[in-house]
Design a binder for this molecule. Structure first.
Ligand SMILES: [Zn+2]
Length: 121
């Protein structure tokens, strides 16, 4: 191998290392972001489970609900617990089918509002 070629190869290798380090930094940032998001979602999930239990236990007929996930949609469809959904919305969560349970991040949602309007009327 010529000296010139060898030097080129070494410099090229150095550039590759630098580029890999940059990618690694970006990856670390991404992982940190994901962990943060994961924690937020876990908290949100816990909060929503608690609220869902409250919603279900305050149903007027006091029907025993065994299969929570199966009943959830039904309850929303028949418009029971409107007040609870409205409360959930005012606590900052989506109640629309598009983003159900997600944080509204302080913004009003037209889907939610029209959904609540329909339930009310
Ligand atoms: Zn919404």
């Amino acid at each position: 191998m010529e000296d010139r070629n060898f030097l080129d190869t070494v410099m090229e290798f150095e550039q590759q290392l630098e580029s890999m380090q940059k990618q690694f930094e970006a990856l670390k940032k991404f992982v940190a972001l994901m962990m943060e998001e994961h924690q937020t979602l876990q908290m949100e999930n816990r909060h929503l489970r608690t609220r869902l239990e409250e919603v279900l236990s305050s149903k007027p007929e006091g029907k025993v609900v065994n299969d929570v996930s199966a009943k959830k949609v039904e309850i929303i469809d028949v418009g029971e617990g409107y007040d609870n959904l409205a409360r959930l919305y005012h606590e900052g969560y989506h109640v629309c089918h598009v983003h159900f349970g997600g944080s509204r991040k302080g913004e009003d949602c037209l889907f939610c509002l029209s959904f609540l309007n329909k339930q009310n009327g």
